[in-house]
Design a protein around this ligand. Structure first.
Ligand code: FPP
Length: 234
């Protein structure tokens, strides 16, 4: 792959429910299939040299789904992390989570810490999994941290710039997404990466997330490469 590939791809993995409905199976099996798709895709993205991939696994709004579905998604997260640690000892991929992890059950928070710890020495693609993530919530949490720093005299009001805000977001350690992919055809951001998406290119496909594959990722990257990014300039 050439040097014009996006450094950071962010994905809104939508359509697990519709995928399951088409097969007359429970929604949770759609989410499970979605997790398998994610596993295949991250390996491929790492192989072709993507540096960062952020995936939207659970939004701050997803708590309003039925208790059954929220429980299924949380159980899937538990299982995903345990399996991931077990099956990826030799993988290069470095995983971390973004979002307000403090609201998750203690055992999930511990698993996340374990995953991030075992990941810390890895040198391949950085996979950022967004869990209990919402762009507005992230900006709000960032502003509260900035306010606290002002109160403690660590930052002065006049020194606040856009960079200050970026530096307090969950994504402070990595670049904004170059490309945002959304599956299942919906043309909206759904509270994902609101601040970071300012100049991201979009790729939307009608494919449902569990059906998304390597060729679709390549198609998204090819389209991205053909776009002319001007960042508001000429
Ligand atoms: C949106 O599909 C998807 C989600 C709310 C969950 C995304 C989760 C995964 C892809 C599983 C991988 C996650 C882990 C544990 C890392 P939807 O349910 O809104 O689909 P619909 O719009 O067709 O109903």
């Amino acid at each position: 792959m050439d040097k014009n590939i996006p450094e950071h791809i962010a994905i809104i993995m939508d359509g697990n429910g519709r995928w399951a409905k088409k097969r007359f199976i429970p929604r949770k099996l759609g989410h499970r299939a979605g997790a398998q798709t994610l596993n295949k895709l991250i390996k491929y993205a790492d192989e072709i040299g993507i540096k960062h991939m952020t995936v939207y696994a659970f939004s701050t709004e997803n708590w309003s789904r039925s208790k059954e579905e929220v429980d299924a998604l949380m159980n899937l997260l538990r299982e995903y992390i345990s399996d991931y640690i077990r099956d990826n000892k030799d993988s290069n991929i470095k995983v971390d989570m973004i979002g307000d992890i403090s609201a998750l059950d203690d055992d999930i928070q511990e698993k996340i810490k374990e995953l991030e710890d075992v990941s810390s020495i890895k040198k391949g693609m950085n996979l950022h999994i967004a869990v209990n993530y919402g762009g507005r919530d992230e900006i709000l949490r960032s502003l509260k941290k900035i306010y606290k720093n002002i109160e403690e005299g660590k930052i002065s009001f006049n020194d606040i710039t856009e960079k200050t805000i970026s530096n307090f977001l969950d994504t402070r350690n990595f670049p904004d997404p170059d490309l945002i992919i959304r599956t299942s055809g919906e043309l909206r951001l759904s509270n994902f990466m609101l601040w970071q998406a300012a100049y991201s290119e979009f790729y939307v496909t009608d494919k449902l997330w569990p059906d998304f594959n390597k060729d679709d990722l390549l198609d998204a990257i090819e389209q991205y490469k053909s776009r002319s990014r001007r960042f508001g300039g000429r």
